[in-house]
Design a protein around this ligand. Structure first.
Ligand SMILES: Cc1cc2nc3c(=O)[nH]c(=O)nc-3n(C[C@H](O)[C@H](O)[C@H](O)COP(=O)(O)O)c2cc1C
Length: 380
C-alpha cells in the first residue's frame, strides 16, 4: 500500500498545514540523519563481498522491509537468509513477494560484483524450501571468485538512480512507442506490457479496485499502517517500512493531523485522503508492465526478482517512472476474484503473474531509507 505524499498533503488540507509550517519552522525543516546514508556508502568496503552487499541492500523489496540477513563466515561466500521477523503474513501469505525481493537483492549483488571483477555463482535454496512458508534454511549460497573475464552489466550504471516512484504520473505525456521494447530486458521470465490507452484504462480500473479492497480489508490495511514511519525521527530510528517525510509530514505528525491512529480510523480525513491518494496513482498510469512465470516455485520467484530488478533499471535508464501495484496479485481470500480476473487476462493458459507495475513520466523523488550493511550481517 502506498500513499502519494503530495496528494495526501493536498487532500488533508494544504492551507492549514502551510500556515502551521510557517510557525513550526524548526520541526518542518527536520532532515534525515542516518536513513539515507547507505545510498552514499554503496561500493565501499575492503572485502569484495562487502562492496557488493552495500549495493545489494538498495534493492527494491516489498514494503521496504529489507528482510535480508547475510552470514559471511565462509571465506568468499555470502550465505543469504531471510529475517522471518520481517515477513508480511497478511498481504503476502506464502512470502512469494518477499522471495522476489530477495531475488532483486541477489541480482543487484551479482551485478555490483561483476563490476568489481568478481564472478558470483548463486545456488538458490541449497538446503531445500517450503512452498508455503520461508524458514531458517538459507535462501541462497553465493560464491565469489575473482575473474577478469567477467562481463559487467550496463544496467548497473543506473542502480543508484533507481526509485519506486509513488507519485501521480503526467497524463499529458504519453510514453514513447518503443518503451516496452526498451524495458524488455528480462532474461528468463516472460515480460509483458501495454501502452494501449484502452487496455491501460482497464488496468487503471482493476488496480484501483484492488487498492480499495486492500485498504478496506482491516487486516491487510493494518499490516501497512503498522509499518508507517511518519517524519524523519521515526524513519531514522527504523529506516524501513512505508515512509512519509518532508516538511509538511513533519508538521502533520507534530500537530497530530497524520498519525497511525488517524490513518486507520476510517472516519478520519487522513484515511479518506490516503484512499484518494492511492487512487490518484492508479488513475495516472500511462502504461503497465508485468512478469509471468509458468510455474511458481521458490526458484521461479528468485528468477522473477532478478528480472524485475533488470526491468526497473531499464526504466530508470529511459527516465521512465515505475511503481509496482501488487494488490491484485496477492493470495488472500478477499482478493481472490480480482486475482482470478487478472490471471485470466495475463496468464490464460496457466502460470503466475509475479509482478505488475504502472509506468509513466513522474516527478523526481528521493531515495527510500535503508538499514546499513552492519545491521544485516549476522556473522561477519
Ligand atoms: C515484490 C515487490 C512488490 C512490491 N509491491 C509494491 C506495491 O504494491 N506498491 C508500491 O508502491 N510499491 C511496491 N513495491 C516497491 C517497494 O515498495 C519499494 O521497492 C521499497 O519501498 C523500496 O523503495 P525503492 O524501490 O525506491 O528503493 C514492491 C517491490 C517488490 C520487490
Amino acid at each position: 500500500m502506498t500513499l502519494s505524499r503530495r496528494k495526501t498533503l493536498t487532500l488533508i488540507g494544504g492551507g492549514v498545514i502551510l500556515a502551521a509550517t510557517a510557525g513550526l519552522g524548526a520541526i518542518a525543516s527536520r532532515a534525515p540523519r542516518t536513513a539515507l546514508l547507505p545510498w552514499g556508502q554503496a561500493g565501499s568496503g575492503a572485502d569484495a563481498r562487502h562492496r557488493a552487499l552495500s549495493h545489494a541492500l538498495l534493492a527494491p523489496n516489498p514494503h521496504n522491509r529489507q528482510p535480508w540477513l547475510v552470514d559471511l563466515r565462509e571465506e568468499g561466500v555470502v550465505t543469504l537468509f531471510v529475517d522471518t521477523a520481517k515477513l508480511l503474513p497478511h498481504t503476502d501469505p506464502f512470502s512469494r513477494q518477499i522471495t522476489i525481493g530477495l531475488g532483486c537483492f541477489l541480482e543487484l549483488m551479482r551485478m555490483a560484483a561483476s563490476q568489481d571483477g568478481q564472478r558470483v555463482t548463486i545456488t538458490p535454496f541449497p538446503e531445500g524450501f517450503d512452498d508455503r512458508a520461508l524458514d531458517g534454511r538459507p535462501v541462497a549460497r553465493a560464491v565469489f571468485t575473482a575473474d577478469a573475464s567477467v562481463t559487467p552489466d550496463p544496467l548497473f550504471a543506473h542502480a543508484l538512480e533507481r526509485r519506486s516512484n509513488k507519485e501521480p504520473y503526467d497524463t499529458a505525456r504519453p510514453l514513447p512507442a518503443d518503451t516496452l521494447k526498451k524495458l524488455d530486458v528480462a532474461t528468463s521470465v516472460r515480460f509483458g506490457g501495454t501502452l494501449d490507452p484502452a487496455e491501460v484504462a482497464g488496468w487503471r480500473a482493476l488496480t484501483r479496485e484492488a487498492l480499495r479492497i486492500e485498504i478496506e480489508t482491516p487486516h491487510t490495511y493494518k499490516e501497512s499502517v503498522d509499518l508507517f514511519r511518519i517524519g524523519w525521527a521515526e524513519v531514522d530510528a527504523n529506516p524501513d517500512g512505508i515512509d512519509f517525510t518532508g516538511p509538511m509530514f513533519e508538521v502533520m505528525a507534530a500537530t497530530g493531523l497524520f498519525t497511525r491512529e488517524s490513518a486507520i480510523d476510517t472516519g478520519s480525513q487522513a484515511y479518506r485522503a490516503g484512499l484518494d491518494a492511492v487512487y490518484a496513482n492508479a488513475d495516472t498510469a500511462m502504461g503497465h508492465v508485468w512478469l509471468v512465470t509458468r510455474t511458481n516455485s521458490r526458484a521461479d520467484q528468485i528468477a522473477t526478482g532478478a528480472d524485475w530488478l533488470r526491468v526497473n533499471l531499464a526504466a530508470t535508464a529511459g527516465g521512465v517512472a515505475f511503481q509496482p501495484l501488487s494488490q491484485a496479485l496477492q493470495e488472500y481470500p478477499e482478493m481472490a476474484a480480482l486475482y482470478r480476473d487478472l490471471h485470466a487476462r495475463l496468464a490464460p493458459a496457466g502460470g503466475t503473474v509475479q509482478m505488475f507495475a504502472r509506468i509513466g513520466f513522474g516527478p523526481e523523488v528521493n531515495p527510500s531509507p535503508r538499514w546499513p550493511l552492519e545491521a544485516k550481517i549476522v556473522h561477519g
